[in-house]
Design a protein around this ligand. Structure first.
Ligand SMILES: [Zn+2]
Length: 374
């Protein structure tokens, strides 16, 4: 079998970061055959400057929103942000397609090999075909009112069927967030996703907990925009995650995205709930998007301390200036200097591949700064 021996300035083997003393042996598809000591590697070792690592996995993106780059102002908070996103409709299909193509190219150049991508439409379908990236399409349901739940589930199921029929990676139906998916739709999604990988935006703003704890919440403004005069959600007196997670109990793996305002006691509660109800939780952080929208950061150390499974995402161009996992890693290193580089690299690579259920592909020549802190 044809294979290649590559040496970089650093090699991350999925657990540990090495210097030039290790050499990757990989096949033509980029899969690892072995990692060997440089002094035993013999001839024909190609030196490529930079880092050798399992490829990056972008666990949360909305590539179909790539035309919103530099459109939405920063630091508005989530509700004004969402109102901006839903009202920006003046983009033609050509622009949308071109921006998606540019975004795919940018991700590939960053060493991203797989993407968990939110789809509310089929806009990204054509560009994904033959892109060389593994796609996990999260076809995302928005269904605020109970009355329209069956109609909305039907609509998004037909989008899901299109992704599945074209064979673009894997696809599943997912809820958008606690404040946009009613109880009836949550139950229908639970029934439709037994044993599947799904995702939900979780506790991205304080207003999300307020909606369920008191009913007084900034989200009422969002509902008014959609012509709904009062909150369609039952006040449970509990936090957002304690209000929606009990609708899920069919062996799903659920990627909780953002978790910016998730209190310690909710992390413990969620992990206990998952254990006793046979579901798996994965926590995805998109720190540049959190800084862009809320100018806030999630308490990542608390998730580490509780042994949570962690992955990394970029979110979309509506709330980020780049769709690069290397940029997310750099921001995490900068903002959380006590977290070791190896830990963050693991989240960005093998953890993501494991959650998406793919064999990893190794990349070379990555220019990410991995020693010291910036
Ligand atoms: Zn998102």
């Amino acid at each position: 079998m044809a294979y290649e021996k590559v040496q970089g300035d650093h090699l991350f083997d999925g657990e540990k970061l090495w210097g030039r003393e290790k050499v990757l042996v990989r096949d033509q598809q980029g899969r690892k055959i072995d990692i060997i000591n440089a002094n035993e590697a013999g001839d024909n070792v190609n030196y490529v400057p930079g880092l050798i690592t399992p490829g990056f996995v972008n666990a949360h993106c909305h590539i179909e929103l790539s035309h919103l780059k530099n459109v939405v102002p920063r630091h508005t908070g989530l509700v004004p942000f969402l109102l901006q996103v839903v009202s920006k409709r003046d983009f033609g299909p050509r622009v949308i397609q071109d921006r998606i193509a540019d975004a795919i190219q940018e991700m590939k150049e960053d060493g991203i090999i797989a993407v968990g991508d939110i789809c509310n439409t089929t806009d990204s379908l054509e560009q994904k075909l033959g892109s060389g990236i593994h796609w996990q399409n999260f076809v995302e349901v928005l269904s605020i009112t109970e009355a329209r739940a069956p109609e909305m589930i039907g609509h998004y199921s037909s989008i899901l069927a299109l992704y599945e029929s074209k064979g673009v990676g894997r696809s599943s139906l997912v809820p958008h967030a606690s404040y946009t998916v009613c109880a009836k739709a949550l139950s229908m999604i639970n029934d439709a996703t037994e044993g599947r990988l799904i995702s939900i935006h979780n506790q991205e703003t304080r207003a999300e907990d307020h909606l369920f704890q008191t009913g007084e919440s900034e989200f009422l403004e969002l509902y008014r925009y959609f012509g709904i005069s009062s909150s369609p959600f039952r006040v449970t007196g509990k936090s957002s995650i304690r209000s929606y997670l009990p609708y899920f109990n069919k062996g799903q793996t659920i990627i909780l995205v953002h978790n910016t305002f998730m209190p310690e006691e909710d992390i413990e509660w969620a992990n206990d709930y998952a254990k006793s109800n046979g579901i798996n939780l994965v926590y995805c952080f998109c720190v540049n998007a959190n800084l862009y929208i809320e100018n806030a950061l999630p308490p990542i150390q608390q998730f580490i301390d509780r042994g949570c499974r962690i992955v990394i995402g970029t979110d979309s161009y509506s709330s980020n200036t780049e769709l690069k996992i290397s940029h997310e890693i750099a921001t995490i290193r900068d903002r959380y200097p006590s977290i070791p580089a190896e830990t963050i690299l693991k989240w960005a690579t093998v953890n993501g591949a494991d959650v998406l259920g793919i064999d990893t592909v190794w990349i070379t020549g990555c220019r990410l700064q991995v020693t010291g802190c910036r």
